[in-house]
Design a protein around this ligand. Structure first.
Ligand code: G3P
Length: 214
């Protein structure tokens, strides 16, 4: 399973990278705005140490605008995946970009039908937003299950990025289903290592070691 880090905070990405947990990075306009820094500068910095795909999102709403933006963003770094919103205009853009070998990540996916369309258009990645579905009383993870099944039925190569992850159980459930990628916020990654019995165990081993004959 690949882990992407869902943030535009370079320090957080660096920390996760040092821990060997970064196979890629996803950003979006909200995450970039939160940093209060220049978009290009952030992306250049991330690309200086992350080899895997880095998602950068377009903000145009029409296909032509998205295509032009995508070509420009793709020129910034070698490992860009251009995030395109799940609309008809977005799908038109994905089709053109995939023919130009520009990697795309179709974002804001909330149904299996949308994921099917994205795969047909030639998307490299699909991003179902599971936390936001949970927020409105749906079971987000069920969508991941459906998409993984559908892609398997037809051998689509579009990779499933489980996005809008809110807690470690989301990562675990994504892993059970066999999703290709989880894009994990740094705060969730931090929690995944914790277990009280590990802490107690370390304490006990260290205390006993003090009493051991050396
Ligand atoms: O990768 C998509 C993610 O950033 C959205 O997360 O928490 O805003 O729903 P959230």
């Amino acid at each position: 399973m690949k882990f992407f880090i869902d943030t535009a905070n370079v320090d957080a990405i660096r920390k996760a990278h040092e821990r060997g947990m970064v196979d890629g990075v996803t950003t979006n306009p909200s995450l970039v705005a939160k940093e209060g820094r220049n978009f290009r500068e952030i992306i250049d910095e991330i690309a200086s140490f992350v080899d895997g795909p880095i998602s950068l999102e377009v903000v145009s709403e029409d296909a032509q605008g998205m295509i032009e933006e995508a070509r420009e963003l793709n020129g910034w770094i070698d490992n860009a995946a251009i995030k395109i919103p799940m609309t008809w205009e977005g799908l038109k853009a994905v089709k053109v970009l995939s023919e130009e070998d520009i990697h795309t990540n179709v974002t804001l996916c909330f149904s299996a039908n949308q994921a099917l369309l994205a795969a047909k258009a030639g998307a490299s990645f699909i991003s179902p937003f599971i936390g936001r579905l949970d927020d409105v009383g749906k079971t987000g993870m069920q969508l991941v299950d459906e998409i993984v099944q559908i892609y398997m039925n037809y051998g689509y190569e579009t990779e499933v990025i489980v996005a809008s992850i809110r807690h470690p159980m989301h990562v675990l459930e994504a892993a059970y289903i066999g999703a290709d990628i989880a894009t994990i916020p740094p705060s969730v990654l931090e929690k995944m290592v914790n277990h009280p019995l590990t802490d107690v165990g370390i304490e006990r081993f260290l205390a006993d070691w003090k009493k051991a004959k050396k």
